[in-house]
Design a protein around this ligand. Sequence first.
Ligand SMILES: Nc1ncnc2c1ncn2[C@@H]1O[C@H](COP(=O)(O)OP(=O)(O)OP(=O)(O)O)[C@@H](O)[C@H]1O
Ligand SMILES: [Mg+2]
Length: 376
Amino acid sequence: MAVSFGIFERLKGKGVAAYKKGDYLTAKTYLVDAAECMVDMAETAKTPEAKRQHEELAAELIDLAKDSDRMHRSGGKGRRPGVARQREREGDSGADVADWIVKDKPTIGFDDIAGLDDVKEDIRLKMIYPFAHPELARQYGISTGGGVLLYGAPGTGKTMIAKAIAHEIEATFFVVSPAQMLSKWVGEAEQNIRKLFEAAKSEPTSVIFLDEIEALVPKRKSDSSTVMQRVVPQILQELEGFDRTGDRALLFVGATNKPWMLDEAILRPGRLDARIYVGLPDAPARFRLLEIYFGGRPLAEDVDFGELCDRLDRYSGADIKNIAHRAAQLPFMEAIAGKDARPISRQDIMTVVEATRPSVNPADLIRYEKFTEGRK
Ligand SMILES: Nc1ncnc2c1ncn2[C@@H]1O[C@H](COP(=O)(O)OP(=O)(O)OP(=O)(O)O)[C@@H](O)[C@H]1O
Ligand SMILES: [Mg+2]
């Protein structure tokens, strides 16, 4: 494992260096080799999680190799459309961070999120009120910015909340996915983390969002790779280096559905010290989710949200969104086949619900509760 990771790092490093120099043909060769190396490692991975991460990394490398090929064929003129657009939007500040982070101004707010009232209030107290009332916050010695960890089952709205926080404080939103980070940053991890934080600090207010943070900051003992050994301390250092009293504010939001896999060090005061559990939707939240995701779709008279709301106990927001989508497909497919267009019926919805189990299993819910208890 250590040996093949070393080889992988070298291949990847050479590929990225060649890409940056504009030597796209060489870049492509190294990147394909590095991707192959990752595929091999995925095949012998010890855990499904490691396998998935290796596969994601391989896919990223293939993307970059394809990009190199395109660039080579077009004589270096064929910038990736996504990157080009991004640069245009930013007025090309020359920041080469645009290649590996997405910079955005999210438009969804807390009102678009069903339920989670206590989570929203917690976030308002810790992050939004201090921004909205800086003078009072200063008087009372309340700090602005800092780090928060959102944890909970998949599909419960963690990513949505992170975006909504940025929207509520009108911050620039920097999203980094660990898979991207690890594939693009091998060999230059520290430097790039510094660049990310610098880019964020150059905005008046910014939110850095690190999704699946456990992939990047895992318990150090459990990961032997050299990248991790360098990345973890660097992130911790940047987190501690926040100036929480100045005019510019930086907020760091990490999200995970495996909080127990995180390196304890990142949970210490001054780092991700606010930890917020994002749970499954309660009955009023499920009602609101039904309104949101069936809203704008034709519904038959026999559809009763109250009844559905009870039936959907233990289903996540993402599950309910998915159910609405699939229920709508039934009359849609019929109409395509030539039948009269009809509204979505109770039967359509029930058919889908019966065929769909809640995606979150009870054993995991118990683990989240235990994690929460253990941290009180
Ligand atoms: N409380 C909610 N209100 C409205 N929509 C929701 C809510 N929870 C989930 N959803 C819907 O489910 C989808 C998945 O939510 P989101 O990506 O925020 O989940 P997540 O907690 O980040 O999941 P993961 O752990 O898999 O990343 C979103 O696109 C959103 O439309
Ligand atoms: Mg998410």
